[in-house]
Design a protein around this ligand. Structure first.
Ligand code: KIV
Length: 283
């Protein structure tokens, strides 16, 4: 059931009214069109496409061209959803000028509604420059997959009083730099709750507990499609992988047995086919 497309102003309005919303990833036209028919409000063309769609071990190798390629398909498939384009590793760290150029490219070439980038206080100047150029920016702090090696892999962040306080201060700095919302990934629930209360812009949680403004999940995780691993914070709301394998096996079995295709799935027009040896001849 598709509703009215959420706007950038609705993010703050929803938070101010205490109205929760949901947000999933999308990387291709068909999945985007399915999400478009659902009640979920937002779609992220995340750099997680590197793992989910391209089979990489991390998001690090993903390029801006990869994100643009997938975002174009998602924008076509989900006209009623607010769509976020993820800035991949290497597309915003070199300089603010380079980041602005790449953010504009992502928005211009795909039609996404905003961009998202990872990082706290260190990224404030970059965010300010992108916002000044007229591009809406969503922040992303906590467990930031692009730089996960610097803190020893995919681990919960903000687990000490000092690191928890630093995360909340980072969120405030991002807010002052002009982000309209912030993704917070893999932090203790109490930290996300404090952030949600202390920060004015909406806090979008993934592995951040219940006390945030919006829940985020990777679509292939929540539908039970991705088979490599399942993070602790992922609830599988469906088991599509098994259903898909069942369907594929049924197709295979009916092909082998000759049950498929029946006339229902064939073109049954009678056609007289002339012999290759000429009229009336068979050999
Ligand atoms: O790329 C992605 O899927 C993300 C989400 C984990 C928020 O950044």
């Amino acid at each position: 059931m598709a509703g009215k497309k959420m706007t950038i102003l609705d993010f703050q309005k929803y938070k101010d009214e205490g109205r929760k919303f949901s947000y999933v990833t999308g990387y291709d036209y068909t999945m985007a069109s399915i999400i478009n028919d659902s009640d979920v409000e937002c779609i992220l063309v995340g750099d997680s496409l590197g793992m989910i769609m391209l089979g990489y071990a991390t998001t690090v190798p993903v390029t801006l061209d990869d994100v643009i390629h997938h975002a174009k398909a998602v924008v076509k498939g989900a006209p009623d959803k607010f769509i976020i384009g993820d800035m991949p590793f290497g597309s915003y760290e070199v300089s603010a000028e380079d980041a602005v150029r790449n953010a504009i490219r992502l928005v211009k070439e795909t039609g996404v509604d905003c961009i998202k980038l990872e990082g706290g206080a260190d990224r404030a100047d970059t965010i300010r420059a992108i916002v000044k150029a007229g591009v809406n920016v969503m922040g992303h702090i906590g467990m930031t997959p692009q730089t996960a090696t610097s803190f020893g892999g995919f681990k919960v962040q903000g687990g000490t009083p000092e690191s928890a306080r630093k995360l909340i201060e980072d969120a405030k700095i991002l807010q002052d730099a002009g982000v309209f919302s912030i993704v917070v990934e893999c932090v203790p629930s109490v930290v996300a709750k404090a952030m949600q209360q202390e920060v004015k812009v909406p806090i979008l949680g993934i592995g951040a507990g219940p006390d945030v403004d919006c829940q985020v999940l990777v679509t292939q995780d929540l539908l039970g499609m991705y088979g490599d691993f399942k993070p602790k914070f992922v609830k599988q709301f469906a088991h599509i992988r098994e259903e898909m394998i069942k369907g594929l096996n049924q197709f295979h079995a009916e092909t082998i047995s000759g049950e498929f295709p029946t006339p229902e799935f064939s073109f049954n027009k009678a056609v007289e086919i002339p012999s290759v040896y000429g009229p009336g001849k068979t050999e």
